[in-house]
Design a protein around this ligand. Structure first.
Ligand code: SF4
Ligand code: SF4
Length: 129
């Protein structure tokens, strides 16, 4: 499975809402897998990934309709957690992120995401409402 850095957060915060029916169906399947398996290898890519591929906002490879914004989400996530383009075990990496992230870090990474004020991301990822 290919995932871009900020989707390490979105997959943890996800609560069933998304950009389209196809996006939600794919996201449901991906998130179910990541939350029920113990050791899922993921290829971290600084580009569009297996969630983008079902999103109406993906215009082309490595091109999201909001490319500048999502690239910044990725850059900040990668910088905070020292991430590289390589294979990780999702559950191990997600747990590492949860142990180290603060509400301020999440607010910085997700600044400008339309889901941030409405979604459960903050509570699910940092444990703080
Ligand atoms: S607020 Fe947006 S960018 Fe941040 S984890 Fe949630 S969906 Fe992803
Ligand atoms: S909005 Fe952009 S970064 Fe987010 S899933 Fe869609 S194509 Fe990917």
């Amino acid at each position: 499975m290919r995932l871009r850095p900020h989707h390490l957060l979105c997959t943890q915060g996800y609560s069933g809402k998304g950009y389209s029916e196809a996006f939600v169906k794919n996201m449901d399947a991906v998130v179910h897998r990541l939350r029920t398996e113990d050791k899922t290898p993921i290829e971290l890519v600084f580009s569009t990934d297996d969630l983008c591929s079902c999103c109406p906002d993906m215009l082309d490879t490595d091109l999201c309709r909001e490319n500048e914004k999502v690239k910044l989400f990725d850059r900040k996530t990668a910088e905070y957690f020292g991430l590289e383009e390589k294979t990780y075990i999702y559950q191990k990496l997600a747990s590492y992120i949860r142990r180290h992230i603060t509400p301020d870090m999440l607010a910085d990474i997700c600044h400008g995401c339309s889901w941030y004020p409405a979604s459960a991301c903050r509570e699910k990822i940092t444990g703080i409402k």
